[in-house]
Design a protein around this ligand. Structure first.
Ligand SMILES: [Ca+2]
Length: 374
């Protein structure tokens, strides 16, 4: 018996809504936005019941907190924990199940919750619960989540729900425990196959990335990036059911991409997997004062494994002067993204302060006045 099974809570049973995710993303196993009904009605497939005390109510709401918008669309879910006696517990639950039988071991529950600094952390709690026996037995998916937070706003909670994997009738619920301080609001609830993420999750050309998770399949499927029209080129170097390794290959847009695994068989995996492509950044220029012919070492990050360009730029005179400096060396550790480049201060450069500009196929970094030529 797992720890979850020790925390049995109490009972219940009809339509299952899986909303469409954007094109080319496989939908999660379950998704609820609370939109598409007129507040305060609950969407189809949800019911509620009293656990402790009276006056509790789950509903949909067109606003969160002090007039803030729902996280998504027109509605969010609401428990009236501000207006009932402290201690009142009310359960919101699904009356039909999601099929997680194809998930071998890893399930994540993610949902958005509205937080505010009203009163203290012991007020107004929420507990995600689940049943896989048709609603007879409910298990806690996590400890109680506090509505209280030092800052106001929506926050996503991602909770390991591996114990639900393999079951064909997984019903989700939330128990609200009133503290009498502020209402509880939730939105965009998902049950999805989980991906632990990319390591590293930031890089450039040549960065070697490991994607760890499960359900990728033993036979290679497809790895895809989403975020721009132009997808960053990459090369998959190894593929197992739990780990995919790839190397960023060529020029692409510097931005954040969502990484999605499309297994040969079975649903896509896309939990929290983002990879950001970055232009180069400086750490140090050594030395930062030098004479013609001296070797300068530029240390930084995201230089890429393919040599880029270095130049010295002066805007001191009537016309900008740009002097190209051929790199002597150019290296980057493809696991940590740290690297360095060296060059010689070229002949014909007049004394003065120069901007040091380093660029690769992703972007450019400029250290203003970074090198003084004596
Ligand atoms: Ca919504």
């Amino acid at each position: 018996m797992s720890g979850h099974k020790a925390w049995v809570v109490g009972m219940v049973a009809a339509a299952w809504v899986v909303l469409c995710a954007p094109a080319s993303f496989a939908p999660p196993f379950f998704f609820e936005s609370f939109d598409g009904v007129e507040a305060p009605a609950l969407p189809d497939g949800w019911a509620q019941m009293q656990i402790t005390g009276a006056g509790g109510e789950w509903s949909t709401s067109t606003s969160a907190g002090d007039g803030d918008d729902p996280y998504s669309g027109s509605n969010c879910g609401r428990f009236n924990s501000a207006s009932v006696a402290p201690g009142v517990q009310w359960r919101l639950y699904r009356t039909a199940g999601a099929d997680l039988s194809s998930i071998p071991s890893t399930v994540a529950l993610r949902f958005w919750m509205y937080h505010s600094p009203t009163v203290n952390e012991y007020n107004d709690l929420l507990q995600p619960i689940a049943s896989f026996d048709g609603g007879s037995t409910w298990y806690a998916v996590s400890d109680w989540v506090s509505r209280w937070s030092p800052t106001t706003g929506w926050k996503q909670h991602i909770i390991n729900a591996d114990f639900l994997s393999g079951y064909s009738d997984v019903r989700l619920g939330f128990t609200g425990l009133a503290g009498g301080s502020a209402d509880i609001f939730i939105d965009d609830i998902e049950l999805a196959n989980a991906l632990a993420g990319c390591s590293p999750n930031v890089g450039t050309i040549g960065t070697k990335v490991a994607l760890v998770g499960t359900g990728f399949g033993d036979v290679p499927g497809k790895l895809a990036f989403y975020g721009t029209k132009t997808k960053p080129p990459f090369t998959v170097t190894s593929w197992t059911n739990t780990r995919i390794e790839f190397v960023m290959a060529k020029k692409c847009v510097a931005t954040e991409y969502e990484v999605v695994v499309h297994p040969k068989v079975g649903p896509s995996v896309s939990m929290s997997a983002y990879f950001t492509v970055q232009p180069p950044m400086f750490f140090t220029i050594d030395p930062d004062t030098a004479s013609i012919g001296d070797t300068i070492t530029v240390n930084g990050i995201y230089f890429g494994t393919k040599a880029g360009k270095i130049s010295l730029v002066s805007n001191a005179g009537p016309k900008p002067v740009r002097k190209s400096c051929k790199p002597v060396t150019w290296v980057m550790d493809n696991a940590t993204n740290t690297g360095s480049a060296t060059f010689l201060v070229p002949k014909g450069v007049l004394p003065g302060a120069y901007d040091l500009v380093i660029s690769n196929d992703i972007g450019t970094a400029t250290s203003v006045g970074g090198l003084t030529v004596e």
